[in-house]
Unconditional design. Structure first.
Length: 766
């Protein structure tokens, strides 16, 4: 049962002041101890929780959402929310917490316990303040989330962490968590044994030093030693095998590696049959039933059944995945489904992990080195690339087949999965940086499809001659030349070939149709647009838009690379490329600020508007000239329109700025007043404020009206009315904000996220 705290005890020992507003000498925010703040009264500094109106002398510990607090020499447990879980009435309180992996805000803890001490005895409370272990013990500590260790007279046992039931009388010198929540390692002096969490001793306390786990075997097993004799146990504590110096698990197998007279072998622990005689100096972990082994300073490969797949004659051996990566000898390959993608937010990282998992599921090969020369063998031990010709080999995978990037005496080539050279090893490695595939860097497996190769520099040349080999088509698709090759999309490759007199010729390679097209002459630069058009920068500085058949879509003498126009600069939105078609319209940046074309090259202007930004999500910022009241001059007024020219936001604003890093929220100005508008035209804060301060680092917006400060959220809801002389965020607290410190009428106050003011104030801040 759970032992609940006495309400009488609670009211007797809870230290709090009345809810009447109190005056202190100074207030300061609590930094890493937030939401606690620091206050000074009568020359003494206290910690204070604004919501609970609780005064504290010291904070002894802070873990998870819990504080161990001290008042008048007594300890209590306070939750960050302000709830006093355990009254301030104990001699000491120690937190026992655990979580897996790297800490981050909001992480789920495996357990959270508090060990309470009073009058020389200890009890244990759970994270809700319920007493689960009564004051019957000398000491206590958490073992895992299901068991709490308890001590009497220097000996340890344990109780259930949920019911407080005594599962094992204190009789061991030491107990600790082992492998999982189902097991506990127990020790007396230098001897170790193993018990179940329910108190059953399954391995007697007679083994030297510590219990060990044999990882990655087919079944969970434990190991322990007496002198030089090793014992292997199953999870019931039964001895499976003993009599050797050492045992190691074999990945995915019931067999074990064993050590005898400084040599290693393999044994079946059930039949006791020796699979591989103890003659090896080293055995790596088994991967797909093969392991790299070493005998007399030479490496070979053995099977899990004891056969020698590759004899012991190699200087190095490694296992390669389909993607050419080294397969770990120490950790088994785990499928993506087993690992999961929980916690991975980056979509590019997810794509990489999925691709790696797919490659890991495909057949492995064995790479071997002898006297500096390399070769590749199949998983069955048959030679694919016999040793003797190549000093460098890199495996690639494309279109369901393996390929090998090979090197010999500084020259490179490519072979197929049978070892046949499909690109002769007569080329140089491409170190020119003239080949780019940045546009497809997250498109798997297309990224691995192409290999660039080089013929070096021509005499007197300053750039390398390079070409491009397509593994899927198994041929050279871009012949070698002095050129730049840029894969600009999953469908197109752009080639810029160097000519005499520093001139260039541009070509487009259609990946799907395996077709090379020549682009027009007199091009300075070329850009892919919407994967449908080429945007050409001509040598006369004019732009030209053409399709993939070189048909002219649009040109305009005023549309050029060096314009002399006076267009408004609208806030950038979400780092989008301004050159693209958005909602079927592309903005033309020329002398006009209100000119668009559709994908047929037909021009479109919006009536009654002077300047229009590119359309994002169907809405565009726009401006038109309007008369300034009392003046002869005209000035631009900002608003928003949709693709049909309908007004979404009235043209009433004098200035517009990006308020968020992605431009989704805009800071607008109307005369002397400021407001916030979402990019879709929704007004979040009416333009009635003297100033607005917005930062993507915070979920709140600072507002100023009539010289007074307040705060709103990013949806425009007023959280703190603009009534204060000063507002100071709590940078290391919740949302980097709460509680905030405000100043009003010469007094400093604290306000929480619900707008509630703490009953305390000061004339000074620390």
């Amino acid at each position: 049962m759970k032992y609940l705290l006495s309400l009488v005890l609670f009211f007797q020992f809870t230290i709090g002041y009345t809810q009447h507003e109190q005056i202190v000498e100074s207030i300061d925010l609590g930094s890493h101890l937030s939401p606690l703040v620091s206050i000074k009264k009568s020359g003494k500094t206290y910690y204070y929780h604004p919501t609970a109106n609780l005064w504290i002398d010291e904070v002894d510990e802070h873990a998870a959402d819990l504080f161990v607090v001290i008042k008048d020499g007594k300890y209590g447990l306070l939750q960050e929310s302000g709830k006093l879980l355990i009254p301030i009435a104990y001699d000491t309180i120690t937190l026992e917490t655990r979580y897996e992996g790297q800490w981050y805000e909001g992480i789920d803890y495996d357990y959270k316990f508090a060990v309470l001490k009073r009058n020389g005895k200890v009890a244990v409370a759970d994270e809700h303040g319920n007493i689960i272990v009564p004051f019957d013990y000398d000491d206590a500590k958490a073992v895992n989330k299901t068991v709490v260790a308890v001590s009497r007279n220097g000996l340890w046992g344990w109780v259930s962490a949920t019911t407080g039931e005594l599962l094992q009388e204190p009789k061991f010198e030491y107990v600790t968590n082992f492998y999982s929540d189902d097991f506990i390692e127990v020790r007396d002096g230098e001897k170790a044994g193993l018990a179940r969490s329910d108190g059953q001793l399954i391995i007697p306390v007679q083994y030297d030093e510590y219990m060990r786990i044999l990882y990655y075997g087919k079944d969970v097993r434990f190991e322990a030693n007496i002198a030089n004799n090793s014992y292997v146990f199953d999870t019931t504590g039964s001895v499976i095998i003993s009599g050797h110096e050492l045992y190691q698990a074999i990945t995915g197998s019931n067999f074990l590696v064993f050590k005898e007279k400084d040599h290693l072998g393999i044994i079946d622990p059930f039949s006791k049959k020796v699979i591989v005689q103890p003659s090896l100096d080293y055995i790596g972990s088994f991967n797909r039933d093969l392991a790299i082994a070493k005998r007399k300073d030479k490496y070979g490969v053995v099977t899990i059944h004891g056969d020698i797949l590759l004899d012991f004659e190699y200087d190095e051996i490694s296992f390669l995945t389909a993607a050419g990566r080294y397969a770990s000898e120490f950790v088994p390959t785990v499928s993506l489904a087993a690992n999961g993608l929980e916690g991975v937010r980056d979509e590019n990282m997810k794509a990489r992990m999925r691709y790696d998992a797919e490659m890991n599921e495909k057949p492995y090969v064995i790479a071997a080195t002898k006297k500096g020369l390399k070769g590749v063998f199949s998983w069955e031990g048959k030679p694919i690339l016999p040793i003797g010709k190549y000093d460098g080999i890199d495996r690639r995978y494309c279109n369901g087949k393996s390929f090998y990037h090979v090197e010999s005496k500084g020259k490179m080539g490519i072979t197929d999965d049978k070892g046949k050279e499909i690109l002769p090893a007569i080329y140089s490695l491409d170190g020119s940086y003239q080949f780019s595939k940045r546009a497809i860097e997250h498109e798997y497996p297309l990224l691995d499809r192409y290999i660039s190769f080089s013929n070096g520099k021509k005499e007197g040349g300053y750039r390398e001659e390079i070409g491009l080999f397509d593994l899927k088509l198994e041929k050279i698709v871009i012949p070698i030349a002095e050129q730049n090759i840029d894969i600009v999309s999953s469908n197109r490759i752009l080639i810029r070939k160097s000519l005499e007199n520093y001139e260039s010729a541009f070509y487009s390679y259609d990946i799907k149709q395996d077709r090379m097209d020549t682009l027009p002459d007199n091009i300075e630069q070329c850009h892919l647009l919407s994967d449908r058009f080429w945007l050409l920068e001509m040598k006369n500085k004019q732009y030209r838009l053409i399709d993939f058949d070189n048909k002219l879509i649009y040109e305009n003498p005023d549309w050029n690379t060096n314009p002399s126009y006076y267009l408004l600069r609208f806030p950038e939105y979400d780092k989008k490329n301004y050159g693209e078609f958005f909602y079927g319209l592309k903005k033309i940046y020329g002398k006009e600020g209100n000119l668009f074309i559709n994908d047929k090259g037909e021009e479109k202007r919006f009536e009654g508007v002077d300047q229009v930004d590119a359309f994002y999500e169907g809405i565009a910022l726009a401006a038109k000239l309007g008369q300034v009241k009392g003046e002869e001059r005209k000035k631009h007024k900002y608003g928003m329109i949709d693709t049909e020219g309908r007004v979404v936001l009235p043209f009433e604003f004098d200035n517009v700025y990006a308020a968020s890093s992605d431009g989704r929220v805009l800071h607008v100005q109307k005369g002397e007043y400021h407001g916030l508008v979402r990019r879709d035209g929704t007004i979040l804060l009416e333009p009635i404020f003297d100033d607005i301060s917005f930062s993507s680092s915070y979920p709140t917006v600072m507002i100023v009206k009539d010289g007074k400060s307040g705060m709103a959220d990013t949806n425009g809801k007023i959280i703190i009315t603009a009534d204060y002389d000063v507002i100071r965020r709590n940078y290391q607290a919740k949302d980097k904000t709460w509680p905030v410190m405000v100043k009003q009428g010469g007094w400093y106050y604290l306000i929480d996220e619900n707008g509630h003011k703490a009953p305390i104030k000061a004339k000074e801040k620390e």
